[in-house]
Write a protein that binds this ligand. Sequence first.
Ligand code: PLP
Length: 478
Amino acid sequence: MSDLGDLPADQARLWMHRVAGWAAEYREKIEEQRITPDVAPGDIAAGLPPAPPEHGEKLAAIFDDFERLIMPGIVHWGHPAFLGYFGSTTTAPGILGDWLAAALNVSAMTWRTSPAATELETTVLGWIRGMVGITEAFEGVVYDTASVATLHALAAAREATGLDVRRRGLSGAPKLLIYASEQAHSSVDKAAVMLGLGEDSVRRIETDPELRMRPAALRAAVARDVHARLRPFAVVATVGTTSSAAVDPVPAIADVCAEQRLWLHVDAAYGGALAVLPEGRWVMDGVTRADSVVVNPHKWLFVPLDFSALYTRRPEMLRAVFSLVPEYLSGDAEHAERNYMDYGIQLGRRFRALKAWMVLRAFGRAGIEARIREHVRLARQFADWVEADPDFELAAPVTMAVVCFRARPAGMADEDLDALNTRIVAQACATGRVYLTHTRLDGRVAMRVAVGNVLTTERHLAEAWAVIHDAFDRTLLG
Ligand code: PLP
């Protein structure tokens, strides 16, 4: 093989076909896989050479090693009994869109660097906005993850204080504060770290028994800080918390933000998808009063990792922080109304809109609605099994497709319950037939399953419940 140029065309074509066949078969037979690999830290790396080969190798050898060395260390997130985290699932149209984006390898940084990438991004963002009931007053931008979207939203909020942090930095600035509930995602703290505010600038507000932020506690905390001459500037409300999918009371939180002129960012990374259902629209109540909102199609809208949509009513604040046009792109700046490089820290940006476009078209709005509704039904079904079992209880209300529950056998002391539930999760996962996680609610360990995979059916949940029950029995006996 020549040391110059790409692979010979016939080989490239052959292997693209083979990989396509492999991926199709992987998806068809994914249920046969053990979900978690049976490996120890370092096992996979131990099989890999410390340096790349000096000369190019045959794809056949590379592909063999992919199957022999890499696959044994894969967790099968796409398995229908993978019920961890927010089961960010992949789908056939999502895979196809990602492949096409890889083949094109364009950068969606300015309109001129690929007009279709920019215009499709704007179009797809508009589609999703309409599907989840966000008004056209909000403009969107795609980032990789919700963590990054929230970082950008809070950077815009910091600029909106008028302190001109972009130019002057933070020296001499008052202590800036962000408010979020005790249940809000850790990405809020990471954003505070990245923005130079420090972790202690995030005030965690207490929640009610349903794990929703208490607006009265928020109001009191802000008043206390204002009185102490500190500078509250942003509130993050969550629609679909990480542990239990709780929904903060956004309208009442928006009232506090309006009174105190605070930026309201809504983290609807997971829960925004529920608003696709007419009966789920309530989760977006009050969101039109927010300054920004993030929705993650890679969590529950069937778009593969990564794709996170930030919408803001104040896009000019994002531009105020991030627009910085180097000389070599100055021509591009004159060329277009919108260059997405002006809305974030990244310059080079993947063509993520393509996979989202393919998923939305292949399933259709009604198809997405039906899948989400089915996931809600399945979660409710699972919750019914839990509630009907005298040895188990729900640990939080079921609002979406997440069920938090715990084993609570009669007569067991409270202090032993955490260890019992932790062991059940570990044992159930160790079977390789189900994947669930644990969380801590009100200081107590709870098990957690999340339904979000288009391949998951009632049979998979029934099997998962049987595995969990078996782990419970064995833990009690052993
Ligand atoms: N917000 C919520 C409510 C989450 O649950 C998560 C992750 O699960 C995030 C934000 C972060 O999402 P990402 O992985 O896209 O950064």
